[in-house]
Design a protein around this ligand. Structure first.
Ligand code: F3S
Length: 395
């Protein structure tokens, strides 16, 4: 492959895989079962990225393992009704055509594990999208480094990765013990914890102690990991008694440095002042069916005064429709939007100026990517804000 016997497209993919292997001193390659490619929104990719994809496809590049896509810049099914600009929609369609030519499944979600792509424990995959990477490594026990978009695509075309970092046992050993000594009341606390740990660690592998397994709803691990990966290069965290490798007996070695967490203030550091809110956003990373059900239950039939976006995968939206959750959210004036999110969509041209969310990752990126003034809180706080139109109180 490296010598070009399978053509220039495969040769280019293999050159990228081998270059990474040389940089990180990998001893061998590992076959992958799945890949997940980020950098899908036209907003992030632009013409240069699109040209890169088209050229590779024109050379004959095709993925050789099932490969999914991160969120695109708009809801592919309902963009016009939601109010996305037509020109942006045309350009996004060109990007998806290029990915289609490369053979990628157009799932467009940052939670491929919710829609049938669940790697087995110990299986090698090549995932981009930091929140999905840390989920795959930590919660599923799969093995992936934090690939860039081109790196994941190259691995998908070559069908293998260089085995270094989190692909090998040595790379998965805890480098820091996180001793949690404060209560975690809701998902916003998990996000705040993740963000502060990311800021303190910067890199390495976390091993959390002191979190009561009974308090961890599945979506809390999703939000914890997304927040850690936002603030750092950390792509694996073990949680004592919860995550599979910790349950299988993996423990920190003696002398592993300990970070004590007595409160979560450092992880919040966001203005809590009252503010009129244009948009309430749930679903970063993309919402689970349980989170959607929780929104419906908290709304309890009330109308919203703000726009309310619940972002998720197209397949989860369809399941929500089947359970009556979509109809309930729409009856309240909210929307379940699929294939995209506030960070990768061109919301700055849609008139939004202020936003509240329960995602620490969303809070970090929305001001820079979409020019939004933000507020951070729990799902319960968000729903009250959506109903009143104003951010008033937060704990
Ligand atoms: Fe997913 Fe967008 Fe958040 S890609 S992790 S919903 S910023």
């Amino acid at each position: 492959m490296l010598e070009g016997r399978e053509g220039p497209a495969v040769q280019k993919a293999m050159e990228i895989v081998v270059a990474l292997g040389n940089i990180y001193e990998a001893e061998h390659l590992a076959p992958i079962a799945h890949a997940h490619v980020a950098g899908v929104s036209y907003k992030n990719l632009g013409e240069a990225g699109l040209e890169f994809l088209r050229e590779w496809a024109a050379q004959g590049a095709r993925v050789r393992v099932p490969t999914t896509l991160n969120p695109a810049g708009l809801d592919l099914d309902r963009w016009e009704a939601i109010g996305f600009p037509a020109e942006f929609a045309r350009n996004q369609a060109r990007v998806l055509e290029a990915f289609d030519a490369l053979g990628l499944a157009q799932l467009c979600t940052c939670t491929p594990y919710q829609v049938g792509h669940v790697p087995a424990m110990g299986e090698h995959v090549a995932w981009a999208e930091s929140s999905a990477v840390i989920y795959a490594n930590s919660v599923l026990g799969a093995r992936t480094n934090r690939e860039g978009g081109p790196g994941a695509l190259a691995a998908a075309i070559a069908g293998r990765v260089a085995a270094y970092g989190l692909h090998i046992d040595a790379g998965r050993a805890p480098t820091h013990i996180i001793d949690v000594r404060c209560p975690l009341r809701d998902e916003a606390d998990f996000g705040a914890l993740g963000y502060l740990i990311g800021e303190r660690m910067k890199q390495g592998v976390a091993y959390f102690r002191g979190i009561d397994p009974q308090t961890i709803a599945p979506h809390c691990l999703k939000l914890l990991g997304a927040a850690i990966a936002t603030a750092s290069a950390v792509a694996l965290c073990h949680v004592e008694g919860v995550t599979p490798e910790a349950r299988a007996g993996l423990e920190p070695s003696p002398g592993t440095p300990v970070i004590e967490v007595a409160d979560l203030d450092e992880g919040r550091r966001i203005s809590n002042a009252p503010l009129d809110i244009d948009l309430v956003w749930v679903g970063c990373p993309h919402a689970t069916l349980d989170e959607i059900a929780a929104v419906v239950s908290l709304l309890d039939g009330r109308k919203v005064a703000t726009d309310l976006w619940v972002t998720t995968a197209r397949e989860i939206r369809a399941q929500a429709a089947g359970r009556g959750l979509l109809a309930a959210i729409e009856a309240s004036g909210g929307q379940i939007i699929s294939n995209t999110c506030v960070v990768v969509a061109p919301v700055e041209v849609m008139g939004y100026k202020t936003m509240a969310t329960n995602s620490r990752k969303g809070i970090y990126f929305a001001p820079g990517h979409a020019g939004l003034e933000v507020r951070y809180g729990s799902l319960a706080q968000l729903v009250e804000t959506a109903v009143s139109g104003r951010w008033e109180v937060a704990s």
